[in-house]
Design a protein around this ligand. Structure first.
Ligand SMILES: [Zn+2]
Length: 304
C-alpha cells in the first residue's frame, strides 16, 4: 500500500510541475504577441488654459482673465477660526483658501523663530474695487483694473504690526524664507526695471513649489522665469529630494493642443498668460516620504 501511495504522490507532483512549467511557457508566449504598452500619456489643453493657474504672469502687458480667479475665495472676517497667528487690516479681506493654508504653515514656522507680528493687509480685490482704488489713489499708488496681481487672487500684502515691512523682522524673515512655502517677493528692489513696479517689501505672490525655490535660487522674478522657460526645452531641478521637469509649450489659438507626458508621472498645468502653458512633471514614486514608508516596510519584513 505504501508503495502505491508513494507512486500516486509522485504522479501528482509530476503533473503539478508539468502544469506550472507549461503555464509559464504559455504566459511568455502570450506576452510576446501583446503589442507594446504606451509609454506616454496625452495632456490636452486649449487657449482657455493660457490665462489660468498658479504661474500666470500679471503685469501692465498681461491682464487678469476673470476666469482665472480662484474659486476658493473666503472672506476672513466670516471665518474667524482661519485667523490664527495673524491679524487682518479690515473685515473685507478675501483670500484663496489654498494660498491661506500655505501662509498659515509659513507663519507657524516663523513663530519658532519668534517672528509673530503678521498682518494681512490685502489679498483678492475685484476689478471694480481696483478701478476705484486707481481712481482715488492715482497711477503712482495703484494699478489699473486687471493689471494688478490682487485681481488674480494669488497674492497678498503682508504687514507687520511692529512697523514697516522693510525694517520689521516679519519682512526680513519672509524675504529669506517665503520661497520654501511657495511664495515669492514679487517686486524686489533690484528688479524694478523688469517688473515696472517699485520695491514692495510687503507684496507676496503665491506660485507654489518648486517654482518659488527655483526663482529664489536663480534670482529671477516671474517675468524672467517665464522668459527662460519659453526659450528653453525644459528645466530640470531637484527640490526637497524630488526631481521636477518644467517645460513650456505653445498653445494653439483655436482647437486643442496635445502634449505628451511620460506615463505614470504626475503633472500640473498652468498658463503663462501669454502664449502657452507650463507643465510641471514629477515622478510620484520618487516622493521622499513614500520612499521612507517603503523602506520601513522592507525593514519590518526582513525582521520577520
Ligand atoms: Zn500688493
Amino acid at each position: 500500500m505504501k508503495k502505491l501511495a508513494l507512486a500516486l504522490v509522485a504522479i501528482v507532483l509530476a503533473l503539478v510541475v508539468y502544469s506550472v512549467v507549461s503555464a509559464t511557457q504559455s504566459t511568455e508566449e502570450v506576452k510576446k504577441t501583446v503589442p507594446k504598452k504606451p509609454t506616454t500619456q496625452t495632456v490636452s489643453v486649449t487657449a482657455d488654459d493660457i490665462s489660468k493657474g498658479q504661474l500666470v504672469l500679471i503685469n501692465a502687458d498681461h491682464e487678469v482673465n476673470d476666469k482665472a480667479v480662484p474659486e476658493d475665495l473666503v472672506t476672513l472676517s466670516k471665518h474667524p477660526k482661519l485667523i490664527k497667528n495673524f491679524t487682518t487690516a479690515d473685515d473685507s479681506i478675501k483670500i484663496s483658501r489654498d494660498m491661506l493654508s500655505a501662509f498659515q504653515q509659513m507663519i507657524h514656522d516663523a513663530k519658532k523663530d519668534n517672528v509673530t507680528h503678521f498682518v494681512i493687509n490685502s489679498s483678492y480685490r475685484s476689478k471694480k474695487v481696483q478701478a476705484e482704488l486707481y481712481r482715488t489713489k492715482g497711477a503712482d499708488i495703484a494699478l489699473p483694473a486687471g493689471a494688478s496681481e490682487h485681481n488674480l487672487g494669488l497674492s497678498m500684502d503682508i504687514g507687520s504690526s511692529l512697523g514697516l515691512m522693510e525694517n520689521a523682522e516679519e519682512g526680513k524673515w519672509l524675504a529669506k524664507n517665503a520661497a520654501k512655502y511657495g511664495f515669492i517677493l514679487r517686486y524686489p528692489s533690484d528688479k524694478t526695471d523688469i517688473t515696472g513696479i517699485q520695491y514692495e517689501a510687503w507684496h507676496f505672490r503665491y506660485v507654489g513649489l518648486p517654482h518659488s525655490l527655483i526663482m529664489q535660487k536663480r534670482d529671477w522674478v516671474l517675468e524672467e522665469y517665464m522668459n527662460y522657460l519659453k526659450k528653453h526645452d525644459a528645466l530640470k531641478t531637484t527640490v526637497n529630494g524630488m526631481t521636477y521637469t518644467i517645460e513650456h509649450h505653445d498653445v494653439k489659438a483655436t482647437g486643442t493642443t496635445t502634449i505628451e507626458v511620460p506615463l505614470e508621472q504626475s503633472y500640473t498645468v498652468s498658463g503663462d498668460n501669454d502664449q502657452g502653458v507650463i507643465l510641471t512633471i514629477w515622478n510620484p514614486q520618487e516622493d521622499p516620504q513614500q520612499q521612507e514608508a517603503a523602506n520601513q516596510t522592507t525593514t519590518t519584513k526582513k525582521q520577520q
